[in-house]
Design a protein around this ligand. Structure first.
Ligand code: KIV
Ligand code: ZN
Length: 379
């Protein structure tokens, strides 16, 4: 099995479902072109049946993107698949992503159906989509809570029907990483034709475990991950692209690779955040404002002696201009001296001690000390 992980970006579909994050067609094309530059393998461009605007956006993305596969979401319904086929017509590499609920709770309370009928409907949808495009991905919604022998049977049947990718979403973000690992391993052991398809992870973040579960899935054999920029998505969001990309990059020992060029991670994060009006939390891994900022005295001193004391990635490698030394009343003399030096001031120890005492008073009062405050401090 190859160790190259396919990056399937769903910022423009699952991410864009977030209330207030809707983008117009031009903005979606702009994001899609940025994702292409970033190196994603598949762009899920939207859900064409959902609205005329989404249909037009999928079509515009299919016209604009040349490298990545362009994918459209459908339910297991003829009219959905027909709309996706139409919207994807201009795509060089089209993919239809169709599927249906797989857990008993979805089967009973969403579809009022039976396991047998769900398999029939899933198989029908894959075959119907396959009559238009070669690349058909099947999603078994809420696979995280589905009965495992049933999930194995469903997976086997949709692969027989022609699915090239089987997506096993933890739709409700329910699983623990070891459970995810066990479930994917079970499927590799019990689905005899599983090697004919790529197994995909699509994990939601309701318990903050989306990234951990995605890595666990990869370790058990999944070779595609469905992710979004900044982890945006329904409720608590989806697995974040930048986290998975950098985990696989930092932990080269795991032996997996992606096509992502990390230096575009931060610019893409900023573009998506700005266009969607969705701020990135300051402590967000990899792309948050504080991801490379050092503020306590102990950390600042260690960082200034040797960056790797407190950084496992270079900010420049992910497109962040530089690390930052923030000055607060928790900062020490080393950080104060460093920031003063950057402003062109040099002080010997006794004088620096006096300035530091005044600095602490100022920092207690103002919380964050900026360059203008430092200039005021040293007169
Ligand atoms: O979370 C989910 O199960 C989904 C599917 C539609 C793929 O988004
Ligand atoms: Zn989802």
């Amino acid at each position: 099995m190859s160790n190259r992980i396919q990056i399937f970006d769903t910022t423009l579909r699952d991410g864009e479902q977030v209330p207030g994050c809707q983008l117009n067609r031009e903005e979606k094309v702009e994001v899609a072109l940025e994702l292409e530059k970033l190196g994603v393998d598949i762009i899920e461009a939207g859900f064409p049946i959902s609205s005329p605007g989404d249909f037009a956006s999928v079509k515009a993305i299919a016209e604009s993107v040349t490298g990545p596969t362009v994918c459209a979401l459908t339910r297991a319904k003829k009219e959905d698949i027909d709309a996706a086929v139409e919207a994807l017509k201009p795509a060089r590499r089209p993919r239809i992503h169709t599927g249906i609920g797989a857990s008993d709770v979805h089967i009973k309370h969403k579809f009022n159906s039976t396991r047998e009928e769900i398999i029939e409907r899933g198989v029908w949808a894959v075959k119907y989509a396959k009559s238009f495009v070669e690349d058909v991905e099947f999603f078994a919604e809420d696979a995280g809570r589905a009965d495992l022998p049933f999930l194995a049977k469903l997976t086997s049947e949709v692969i027989k029907a022609g699915a090239t990718v089987v997506n096993l979403p933890d739709t409700t973000g329910y699983l623990l990483p070891n459970q995810m690992h066990d479930r994917i391993s079970y499927l590799f052991e019990h689905v005899d034709n599983i090697h004919l398809a790529t197994i995909s992870m699509h994990n939601h973040n309701d318990l903050g475990l989306a990234t951990a579960n995605t890595i666990a899935g990869i370790q058990a054999g999944a070779r595609q991950v469905e992710v979004t920029i900044n982890g945006i998505g329904e409720r608590a969001g989806n697995t974040s692209l930048e986290e998975v990309a950098m985990i696989l990059n930092v932990h080269k020992d795991l032996g997996f690779s992606t096509g992502i060029n990390p230096k575009y991670l931060y610019p893409t994060s900023c573009l998506v955040s700005n266009l969607m009006g969705m701020p990135v939390q300051a402590n967000k891994a990899v792309v948050g404002a504080n991801a490379f900022a050092h503020s306590s005295g102990i950390h600042q001193d260690g960082f200034l002696k040797h960056a790797q004391n407190y950084e496992i990635m270079n900010p420049e490698d992910v497109g962040v201009p530089s690390s930052a030394i923030l000055l607060t009343s928790r900062s020490g003399r080393a950080a104060l001296r460093h920031r003063l030096n950057l402003l062109g001031f040099e002080f010997e120890k006794p004088e620096l001690d006096k300035i530091y005492t005044r600095f602490l008073l100022m920092a207690d009062a103002r919380k964050m000390i900026h360059d203008e405050d430092l200039k005021e401090l040293v007169g």
